[in-house]
Design a protein around this ligand. Structure first.
Ligand SMILES: [Zn+2]
Length: 103
């Protein structure tokens, strides 16, 4: 196993976990349940961490994450799955048929 990243927020880590699992990469979250119950433990040890089961997937995983960030920044258009209309990134639903964006 190898540590991929850690984050201040369990929500960020969960998001990355979902992203990797969607790409077929096995990963686990460490310290998930320590957050919020700090007690005597130094804060830094309570940060949630994302670990990969397979060390060899590290490079691939980082690519997936950086691509996801790029996509996010680029504000890409999306194609409606129902009517194939191209929608601007800022719309959560299709302007034509009101289908939700499932991307
Ligand atoms: Zn549509």
């Amino acid at each position: 196993m190898i540590k991929l990243t850690s984050g201040d927020s369990i929500f960020d880590i969960k998001h990355l976990e979902n992203l990797l699992k969607a790409n077929g990469i096995e990963c686990i979250i460490k310290n998930e349940h320590l957050v919020g119950g700090l007690g005597e433990i130094p804060f830094i040890e309570c940060l949630p961490e994302l670990w990969l089961i397979d060390d060899k997937k590290l490079k691939y995983s980082k690519e997936i994450i950086s691509n996801a960030h790029k996509l996010h920044k680029k504000n890409v258009e999306w194609c409606c799955k129902k009517c194939n209309e191209i929608n601007e990134y800022q719309f959560a639903i299709c302007w034509k048929c009101e289908e939700e964006n499932h991307e």
